[in-house]
Design a protein around this ligand. Structure first.
Ligand code: NAI
Length: 653
């Protein structure tokens, strides 16, 4: 491991807090040091209060911030004298600690200080860096881990036996360090938890972390704890993935995203003696709120395996509870014997965090196995953290979940116009999105963990199958299909209609929708409150001269939806159609086309745009809003319907 500290870059930061932000981000950049909000840092500085007095302040990472992206306002300013006084208390309940830490802040709108604020305060150095470094935690999580740490660092580090985070940890360290000579220490290693380094100089504190971790990494390599993983592929059946997701969603009582990890590393891990290595517990208790203590191990009879997991979880709860309330007992991740792993989350972001944590955990477990055997903390220790009120508070902070949380929506024609607006709106309301378009730009428009763009020609069965494959691997299944892609073909009367014009419209505006239903229906049947929304056209109920190729295809598309409604109803899949008209903020309506059309009708552009009963303009977002309704609760009991979104047409009314 090498230092990322750049003297030139760092010289730009002249105040303590800015330098603290800089080195915190250096730590946060390396996922083998901290992951997703893990770890914390602080700096001791001064500030002038309202009365002109100078106060000693600890700026400590605020809860909810991530070291990789932290800003100055992510640090909570807490009065040092209060924290030091709190450290002297004999006892302090954690919720009270949180309350009094907040009261000691000099800025009431700052985030809650880290639960390790008191611990940071008692370390008598300006900069304190705390990470959950993989290499060191791997060593502590082995048989005789403490002896190995001693062998590696001698008395340069203070070794702290495992204890719950929070006040008891701060108090233990306070007691252990009252009479020590801090200047002789290079760091503190908390068994099964992580590393603290400290110095009055930001660079030295950061680089001490790097140096101590580098030493641990080299130690692992010297002892043969290195992994040599062969390339391999998963051969899990796609429908089985969707069935597992459906079962897990049922057990969790809500739609759940399920991400397949079929990397060679994950497959390698899933081929080990899982009963021995995968059922011991997490690398550090900090991970338990995300991952739960252990995974479900799924074989051929995954339903029974999941039911047994729930039984075992309830047993674990009964064995350890005092007066806590049982959390949902379904697993947060699973190992598919020999075929990789699955992580389950209320949304794609959550499931990805679990996947990342697992990747690090699997590597650490495999290395620990080579170092004499992985040894996690006891179930009781893990339970304490899983049901710790402060950890639960972190998870509850989210408030009400968005309507489509945990759902997977596949939207076609998403690189432009109506499709793009639909995909973005469903995503903003919680859905994980698989956005398809023949235009490759779709891949850069949708390139987030919870929204992926895939170049796909919907007239090609192979392309559609490939997109469905990626959707199910990425998110576990499909619940919503918005069949929207389409083209306007040139206007030609029947007596001159070219074969090409006709065929192209039929291929894209009709047959592609049939193919899409064919390949997604098996997954929609396993989806959660599944729905297909067809974007057809007002041209079906109110056709126009010269538009045979387009109108006939749109009529066929509408008929297709009605038959799909009949066929899929018994599986709970709703199929509804909307007929937009004159939606001008789309690619098909260039300024030129719009101006010419308006002229042809002897209207101004504005008159042409609002040429409907309501005299209103229809935008892509208006169509997207109707799609959300059709895919969501308002249409929960409706199928086979057709709704116009055209401002009202006197030809149809
Ligand atoms: P648009 O041209 O902005 O978007 C259509 C998208 O479909 C484009 O990104 C295009 O690349 C994609 N596409 C075309 N052929 C494809 C293929 N073979 N495979 C994959 N993707 C393909 O047009 P707009 O207006 O957003 O149209 C969306 C839907 O709304 C279409 O079905 C259209 O017929 C319908 N519609 C639009 C109206 C309007 O006034 N904009 C009125 C009535 C219906």
């Amino acid at each position: 491991m090498t230092s990322l500290y750049n003297n030139k870059e760092a010289s730009k930061f002249t105040i303590d807090l800015d330098l603290r932000v800089y080195t915190s981000r250096l730590l946060g950049q390396d996922s083998s040091l901290v992951l997703h909000g893990g770890g914390n840092t602080s700096v001791k500085s001064t500030a002038t209060n309202l009365f002109g007095e100078t106060e000693d302040i600890l700026y400590v990472k605020g809860s909810g911030w991530d070291l990789a992206t932290i800003e100055a306002e992510g640090f909570a300013p807490v009065k040092m004298n209060m924290l030091l006084k709190m450290a002297e208390l004999k006892e302090l309940k954690d919720p009270d600690m949180v309350k009094y830490q907040r009261l000691a802040m000099t800025n009431p709108s700052a985030p809650n200080p880290s639960v390790e604020a008191i611990l940071h305060a008692i370390i008598p150095f300006k900069f304190v860096d705390h990470t959950h470094t993989d290499a060191i935690v791997t060593i502590t999580n082995t048989d005789n881990g403490e002896d190995k740490i001693k062998e590696l660092y001698g008395d340069k580090v203070l070794i702290i036996p495992y204890i719950m985070p929070g006040f008891v940890l701060a108090k233990l360290i306070y007691n252990m360090t009252r009479d020590i000579d801090w200047s002789k220490l290079e760091g503190m290693i908390l068994m099964n938890h992580g590393l603290f380094t400290f110095n009055d100089n930001a660079k030295k504190s950061y680089e001490k972390t790097i140096e101590l971790v580098d030493k641990a990494e080299k130690y692992l390599a010297e002892k043969g704890a290195i992994l040599d993983i062969k390339e391999s592929d998963s051969n899990i059946e796609l429908l089985k993935l969707a069935k597992i997701r459906a079962e897990v969603s049922k057990l969790k009582g809500k739609a759940t995203i399920s991400i397949l990890n079929d990397s060679s590393e994950a497959i390698h891990f899933s081929q080990q003696n899982l009963q021995k290595i995968a059922t011991q517990g997490p690398l550090t208790p900090d991970h338990v709120i995300r991952t739960k203590r252990v995974p479900a191990i799924l074989g051929d009879d995954f339903k029974t395996d999941l039911a047994n997991y729930v039984k075992e979880y309830k047993k674990y709860f009964q064995n350890n509870k005092t007066n806590e309330v049982l959390l949902n007992p379904a697993p947060n991740f699973a190992i598919l014997s020999g075929n990789g792993t699955l992580s389950f989350g209320g949304n794609a972001k959550e499931a990805n965090i679990i996947k990342d944590i697992n990747n690090h955990t699997f590597e650490a477990i495999l290395k620990a196995e080579k170092l004499g055997g992985y040894k996690a903390l006891s179930a009781t220790n893990i339970f304490e953290v899983e049901y710790w009120s402060l950890e639960q508070a972190k998870l509850k902070k989210g408030g009400n979940s968005p309507e489509f949380n945990g759902k997977v929506a596949l939207v076609t024609g998403a690189a432009s116009g109506i499709g793009c607006a639909i995909a973005k709106m469903l995503n903003s309301r919680g859905a994980a999105i698989v956005a398809l378009d023949i235009n490759p730009e779709v891949e850069s428009i949708f390139c987030k963990k919870d929204a992926i763009g895939i170049k796909c020609d919907l007239t090609s069965s192979e392309d559609i199958k490939n997109a469905v494959y990626k959707a199910v691997k990425s998110f576990g299944g499909i619940d919503i299909v918005v069949s929207n892609a389409g083209i306007f073909t040139p206007s030609e009367n029947l007596d001159v209609l070219s074969d090409d014009n006709w065929q192209k419209s039929i291929d894209i505006n009709l047959t592609s929708h049939q193919k899409l239903i064919k390949y997604t229906a098996p997954f929609l049947k396993l989806g959660i409150d599944s729905a297909i929304v067809m974007v057809a056209s007002k041209n079906f109920p109110a056709p126009g001269k010269g538009a045979a190729a387009y109108s006939v295809a749109k009529a066929g598309q509408t008929q297709l939806a009605r038959i799909a409604a009949l066929e899929l109803g018994e599986f709970g899949v709703r199929v509804n159609t909307l007929h937009p008209h004159a939606v001008f903020d789309t690619a098909i309506w260039t300024d030129e086309v719009l101006t010419n059309r308006a002229k042809a009708y002897n209207m101004s552009v504005q008159e042409y745009k609002t040429n409907n009963v309501l005299i209103t303009e229809i935008k892509s977002d208006d169509v997207a809003e109707l799609v959300c309704a059709m895919a969501g609760k308002p249409f929960a009991k409706t199928t086979g319907s057709q709704v116009a979104i055209d401002g009202g047409s006197d030809r149809i009314i």
